[in-house]
Unconditional design. Sequence first.
Length: 289
Amino acid sequence: MPSHFIYCVTALVAAAAGVVAGRGVSTLITRLPSSNQPSPTQPRRRYPVAVLLTMAGFAAMGLRFGPSPVLPALCYLVAIAVTLGFIDARHRRLPDVLTLSSYPAAIALLGIAAPFITNGPRLLLHALLGACAAGTFYLALSVINPAGMGWGDVKLSGVLGLYLGWAGASAFIAGLLGGLVLAAAEGLALIVTGKATAKSQLPFGPCVLAAAIVAILASPVAGFLRDRQNPASPAALGAGELAEADGREERTVVLVADPAGILPLEPGVIQQPIDAGQRKPVGRPPEQP
């Protein structure tokens, strides 16, 4: 079965799961405690955009990484990102019940996937180191500028560091710095349009969450594939592919019973004479003047 068909099917299944998860996301956005929470007699507001974003995020992860063991962890990140992004944009807060609980959830999901991924244990270690590095970086920013970054952002940074550390160094740097760039661009746009001032408190969570997800989607897929899917793994080559690889090898290495090395060779071909059952490369013969 063609791999692109499998990836498309995975994306469709993930999108369907995203619709179900999106309804739960919409419920969390409306039911988490806040000062603006409606009374029990008032109808609760629904967020169809949150459902659509969750569905789109699930589908994007499924289409990008296919039936990867890491896909459940990535879908969890999308669901929690949409939830926290809406809450932070609406109430300027990131609830501990979501940020802190995401640590054991993300570690468990990545840990379950690690044995089935090429170099999975090493990637899990990178994820833990990424969480520590991201948390330290955002803590330093919060100490330097307490008004610009709250403790909720610091707590969230470790969760994002887990995923970005798994995705690789490039994704880690792009995800962290991309969030700062998006936040600065958002603040500048609001100030220019007169909707905010330099002293306005703006939500930082949606920016860092969006930057992290984009960085993961743009990262190499090698860290998210199973051993038999990863082209870098010997187990990824089937019998036909191994035979084809051997064929390419035979086309470039020619075994001849001519120790003197006087037979004409095509450009780029290495001559290996057969001498008493031993194959010793003699290299390319010198060019004739």
